[in-house]
Write a protein of this length. Structure first.
Length: 135
């Protein structure tokens, strides 16, 4: 989908979240994820945006292999955002992930790992959950 960047730099492949900016309508602006397991993470930026608010393509559902992990992510781990390096992803709860039984309502997972991230953490792939926000 095409949403608006909120004026903060976003790199292609960054995990993005719904921004608090309301200039283009509530929920229609995104910013680079900068918290662990953000409950408002919605997808991966498919193009870069500078420091001016511009339309930006964001993948909000389906297979994605251009994102970057902060550490190894095992196949079938739930995936959330990471704060160590803004825009990266991680197994929900950090290295090793969190078993589903221990997840809380405030824990943000927006995808599941379908190809493990190893080596330099760019060799994996995720399947982004369709949140139904954008049609």
């Amino acid at each position: 989908v095409t949403l608006w960047s909120d004026g903060a730099a976003i790199n292609k492949g960054d995990c993005v979240q719904i921004s608090t900016a309301t200039t283009y309508g509530i929920g229609l602006s995104v910013t680079q994820c900068d918290v662990d397991d953000s409950p408002v993470a919605i997808g991966i930026a498919m193009e870069a945006a500078g420091t001016t608010a511009v339309p930006i393509k964001v993948q909000v559902a389906g297979y994605n292999d251009i994102c970057t992990g902060i550490a190894a992510i095992s196949q079938f781990d739930l995936v959330g955002s990471n704060t160590t390096t803004d825009g990266t992803i991680q197994a929900v709860g950090g290295t090793g992930g969190i078993p589903l039984a221990h997840m809380t309502s405030g824990t943000g997972r927006f995808a599941i790992c379908v190809t493990a991230f190893t080596g330099d953490f760019t060799d994996g792939a995720i399947m982004i959950y369709d949140h139904g926000f954008y049609g």
